[in-house]
Design a binder for this molecule. Sequence first.
Ligand SMILES: Nc1ncnc2c1ncn2[C@@H]1O[C@H](COP(=O)(O)OP(=O)(O)OP(=O)(O)O)[C@@H](O)[C@H]1O
Length: 267
Amino acid sequence: MPFDARQDRMEINVSGLTKVFGDGPNAVTAIKDADLTMERGEFVSLLGPSGCGKTTLLRIVAGLESPTEGTVEIRGNAVWNGTRRSAAATRPVSMMFQEARLFPWFTVVENVALPLRIAGVGRKERLERATAICETVGLKEFLHHRPNALSGGMRQRASLARALVTEPQLLLLDEPFGALDAMTRDALNIELMDVCARANVTTILVTHSISEAAFLSDRVVVLAPRPARITAMIDMPFDRPRGLELQQSMAFQKMVGELRQKLSEGE
Ligand SMILES: Nc1ncnc2c1ncn2[C@@H]1O[C@H](COP(=O)(O)OP(=O)(O)OP(=O)(O)O)[C@@H](O)[C@H]1O
């Protein structure tokens, strides 16, 4: 059989995915017949209006929610085959949310080390690994602080470090910086791109922000309102590494306009 390099790089394959919540007259179709493939290391954003099923799609890929129909595979292993969850679905996937969800009684480094503790990694190794990733995301000075002593941005840095400490294949981000002020959000987005590139982690970001999606992504997936249908997939043709000045360029502004147009066409 000929070697298919693209197949070898394939990280995610979502096929014919449909999700209906409830039944009868109260049934809500959150996603309808969605197909999405991603290569290893790719950064894809899901962009769409509120309630169009972005979080549901992310939760199904994470294995937290079952689809009504369709399949999800990560590196060729089924996560879902219809409503059946695969036993092999213990692949390294990390998820990060709009709120940091840190334990207030643990220090930053203890919070970050928690997934390793759950995985049975010994204390010395897990604290070393957690310390190293905290330093990468700018938390060197805050290792032994408790979360309530941190700013919102710092808490999200800790949450990002915790998501990355297990060296996941797949990072799922649900509006991770949506509650932060614009300047902190810009700074964290730059760092996010940097750590994702260094870790070569495949990343899916859910966002409402057109410019954030364009700035961070290799590809933007545009969803139409409920039930979510994928109406466009657009490559972001900007070189990496990217700096904030990219957002001032004509090419970037033009892309933002194109994405806005695609979003409004779906409505
Ligand atoms: N557990 C659930 N039970 C019933 N309906 C649900 C459930 N979860 C989501 N839905 C419905 O599915 C639809 C899609 O929700 P989802 O949260 O995926 O949208 P979203 O695009 O992420 O929204 P937002 O951008 O506002 O976060 C919504 O109509 C929502 O009410």
